[in-house]
Write a protein that binds this ligand. Structure first.
Ligand code: AMP
Length: 190
């Protein structure tokens, strides 16, 4: 069992890299953003609720997000490990995730952060928005609001994981293959 948190600002490439890592290390990829979008597409109650926040670039409330994630983990207890992508995003989520995993005698092995400059990332998201169909990717003001949410609520997790000696920042600029290699180097040396 190995659990990894893939960390980084919106547009840092977490989803792209998760596709490679999940195969290489046989991990179950859990992207809270993808799960919310799946629920929106299927017009579930959870989707309708999450949409109100996501459309504005706000974070979805902790209680809703945590319950959704824990339900999925509980349904996949035989997994060889989880790759958390876009979760945790607040201190409350990180603390709850540690509690939840430790109750199962599991833990987070590493939080690996893909680092890149904000302006590069914002342009990357605007490009992605031209084809992704994601409304939260198409409006620069909303994107900047997502960065504000990141800076206020998510950035404090860097210290949280540093204190646990689990924080591994890597350069998120380069080819997809180069970045996969940097991530693999961290995981292989855990
Ligand atoms: P993402 O696909 O990771 O960029 O997430 C898209 C949107 O989904 C975010 O802007 C939030 O509104 C919501 N979201 C995803 N993950 C979380 C989370 N862990 N906590 C709160 N909101 C989230």
């Amino acid at each position: 069992m190995i659990n990894i948190v893939l960390f980084g600002k919106p547009g840092a490439g977490k989803g792209t890299q998760a596709e490679f890592l999940k195969q290489k290390y046989n991990l179950m990829h859990l992207s809270t953003g993808d799960i919310f979008r799946f629920n929106i597409k299927n017009n579930t109650e959870l989707g309708q609720l999450a949409k109100q926040y996501m459309d504005k670039g706000d974070l979805v409330p902790d209680a809703v997000t945590i319950k959704m994630l824990e339900d999925i983990v509980n349904k996949n207890l035989n997994s060889a490990g989880f790759l958390f992508d876009g979760f945790p995003r607040t201190l409350a989520q990180a603390i709850e995730l540690d509690d939840f995993l430790s109750n199962k005698k599991w833990n987070i092995a590493a939080t690996i952060a893909l680092e890149a400059n904000d302006e590069i990332l914002i342009n990357r998201i605007l490009e992605r928005g031209k084809t992704s169909g994601r409304t939260d990717d198409q409006d620069e003001e909303k994107i900047r609001h997502r960065y504000q949410e990141y800076n206020e609520k998510t950035a404090p997790l860097i210290e949280y994981y540093k204190e646990q000696n689990k924080f591994y920042p890597i350069n998120g600029i380069g080819s997809i293959a180069e970045i996969t290699e940097r991530l693999s180097n961290v995981i292989d040396n855990l």
